[in-house]
Design a protein around this ligand. Structure first.
Ligand code: GLN
Length: 308
């Protein structure tokens, strides 16, 4: 496995420089495009690592998965899906003009920004409390108590996040979003700034794919919750690239604009990848190359049929 990770990462290294850093959050421009790392956790719990696996980066959109799990555990599935859809989308993650159409009353899904802001608003608690719960759950899932958030990235997005602010206020005006909008946005920006490394991501993925042990959900068993999260990631996890990704990679995954990719392998396995240069959809360019090659080599695609 070490040899495979080494070979595949090195084969994709040139893509890292071709990617573009997310510049709409100014602090993310400080990332080093040369960084490229991976951790792979097997179902037996062994973790293989290569490259800059230890490099810290912020969760960004990957935090949407944690917030979604928390929102379901606190509100039940029915109440969450009354407010947010379960439809894939062909639009970029930060699109929101459709929300202004008279017959649209929900964001398409919890993995695009509007849907994630809505999901975060459903988490119970005042002020800092919501964020603390998201951070605690991230630590639990990643099995790392020392995880914290990056103040600089948080403040940078808070200062420049007009687009997220616009969609939140649009949702408030349509009575889709309730509660204090600025508090919700503050929690959302902070959750996006939670800092992890690829080992944490592999553990997070493994926690979900082992059936979210120890968590309880209203109206849905842990097994079904795991199916729901996997299905959501397979259909919406890689933004508007999700359909192509499912064909090419076929592994439930979530990416973030800081360059992280979290991929769920069966029975407690997981992959974390980091390389901050992004492609036109906001997915890590080298990360995508790596996971494509890895899926082919290790036959990870769920659609793959061994007997044909
Ligand atoms: N914090 C980012 C935003 O809200 C997260 C988006 C992403 O990772 N795609 O724009």
């Amino acid at each position: 496995m070490e040899e495979i990770l080494y070979r595949i990462v090195e084969n994709n290294r040139d893509l890292a420089q071709k990617g573009k850093l997310a510049d709409y959050i100014p602090a993310l421009l400080k990332a080093d495009k040369n960084h490229i790392g991976i951790s792979l956790k097997t179902e037996e719990g062994l973790v293989y690592k290569y490259g800059d696996y230890n490099q810290g980066f912020t969760l960004q959109s990957i935090s949407k998965v944690v917030a979604f799990i928390l929102a379901i555990s606190e509100n039940g599935m029915e109440d969450v899906f009354k407010k947010v859809g379960l439809d894939s989308t062909d639009e970029p993650f930060n699109a929101f003009t459709k929300l202004d159409l008279p017959n649209v009353n929900k964001p398409a899904n919890p993995m695009i920004n509007s849907g994630a802001i809505l999901t975060t608003s459903l988490i119970k608690g005042d002020g800092e409390e919501k964020f603390k719960k998201i951070l605690e759950l991230t630590r639990l899932m990643a099995n790392n108590e020392s995880i914290t958030f990056n103040e600089e990235v948080y403040l940078s997005e808070k200062l420049t996040g007009s687009r997220n602010r616009a969609m939140a206020y649009l949702m408030e005006s349509k009575r889709i979003l309730s509660g204090n909008v600025e508090d919700t946005l503050d929690t959302y920006f902070k959750q996006c700034a939670i800092e992890v490394n690829t080992v944490d991501l592999a553990n997070l993925a493994g926690f979900i794919s082992s059936g979210l042990p120890g968590l309880e959900f209203e109206g849905i068993s842990n097994k079904d919750m795991m199916l729901l999260v996997k299905g959501l990631l397979l259909t919406c996890g890689m933004y508007n690239y999700s359909a192509k990704y499912t064909i090419e990679v076929g592994v439930p995954s979530k990416s973030g604009v800081s360059g992280g990719i979290m991929a769920l392998l069966p029975r407690g396995g997981g992959i974390g990848i980091y390389s901050p240069g992004l492609d036109e959809n906001g997915n890590s360019k080298a990360g995508l190359g790596i996971i494509k090659d890895l899926s082919r080599e290790l036959k990870l695609n769920l659609l793959y049929d061994n007997s044909i």
